[in-house]
Design a protein around this ligand. Structure first.
Ligand code: AMP
Length: 327
């Protein structure tokens, strides 16, 4: 039997290189592996735990579907759907919430950070997020989850839920694991922390033009270009990571050698890097333009996806309700 894969991206703004390298690239690799059945969703229900605009929300949801298709997700090979179109996710998540303690959820780093930074918006949906995520994954009995490292604490909750449900009720959920890509942790352009939609100046969007990419890279903080030890953090480390991801490990080694010898000229590095990044993004941007003028096709993908995902989800939900004595 084929192994299953589930992953999702929230509809909270433009996709960036972190999403692309940490999640989408993994989705693409698994979609093309005949050993896997792949399901990819737009996580709309996970998007409403932060302030958002209901008037433009449908556009944002659709935009992620278009990003998926532009990047190469293929509805002939993968089930592409919108999370809320399969409401069984929510029902199963409630059943799962009975095997998790509030104390465990309060301990998760994302919720703790939110409480510290923005307590007013640390809502129940935010606390509940990993419970729903466990349901997103386990409702398809997915084994592999292509996500970035920031999702690891949440994935751990999914594994705990699977174990507890199996022990308590005799279900047969697999313990899902991360499918790790080369870009499982993409650093911020600021040189501090990870690339994130919510941090202005930290990201390159998939829709950025060459000039914009140049400008963004120009603002990455650097040093004199020369020293005894190659920096492992800050802007220089970020640039070297991007060189590795877009120009290859050999090129990174060349720049590292230059750093401890003759020195790096950052203007040259940044220009070459901007071109390499744009070379990868340009076909995605062209495909996006095509898809934007094919709304009927996009609608059909969303409709078919909900049907296919819904059929699997319904089956799992009935099975769990039976085991839990609800039917
Ligand atoms: P989100 O935008 O939070 O819904 O994230 C969508 C996917 O992108 C998740 O799998 C994240 O783990 C991944 N992701 C987001 N930021 C990064 C990053 N800086 N590096 C690697 N993966 C990331």
């Amino acid at each position: 039997m084929k192994k299953r894969v589930l992953s999702g991206i929230r509809a909270t703004g433009k996709l960036h290189l972190g999403n692309y390298l940490g999640a989408v690239k993994g989705m693409l690799a698994l979609q093309d592996d005949p050993g896997y059945e792949t399901l990819f969703m737009v996580a709309d229900l996970h998007s409403i735990n932060s302030p958002y605009d209901p008037k433009t929300f449908q556009e944002s949801v659709r935009s992620v579907v278009i990003d998926y298709l532009s990047a190469g997700l293929d509805p002939e090979k993968s089930t592409i759907f919108v999370q809320s179109h399969v409401p069984e996710h929510i029902e199963l998540s409630y059943l799962f919430s009975s095997v998790l303690t509030v104390a465990r959820m309060l301990h998760l780093p994302t919720y703790k950070d939110k409480l510290k930074e923005d307590a007013e918006n640390a809502n129940m949906a935010m606390l509940y997020y990993p419970v729903l995520m466990a349901s997103d994954i386990l409702i398809y009995k997915a084994n592999e989850v292509p996500v970035g490292d920031d999702q690891l604490p949440h994935l751990e909750i999914s594994r705990e839920v699977a174990r507890k449900m199996n022990e308590k009720f005799g279900t047969n959920f697999p313990e899902p694991t991360q499918f790790k890509t080369q870009g499982h942790s993409v650093p911020s352009l600021t040189g501090e922390g990870k690339m994130s939609k919510s941090v202005e100046g930290s990201f390159i969007a998939l829709t950025d033009e060459l000039e914009t990419i140049r400008k963004k890279l120009a603002s990455v903080p650097t040093d004199s270009g020369k020293g005894e030890k190659v920096p492992t953090e800050g802007g220089v480390a970020t640039l070297l990571k991007f060189v590795e991801l877009f120009m290859g490990a050999e090129k990174r080694q060349e720049y590292e050698n230059a750093y401890v010898r003759e020195g790096i000229r950052y203007s040259e590095l940044k220009n070459a890097l901007a071109e390499s990044i744009y070379k990868e993004l340009e076909p995605i941007q062209n495909k996006r333009k095509e898809l934007e003028s094919s709304p009927a096709f996009v609608n059909q993908v969303i409709k078919d996806g909900a049907e296919k995902a819904g059929a699997i989800a319904k089956e799992t939900l009935v099975e769990v309700k039976e085991k839990m004595g609800l039917i």
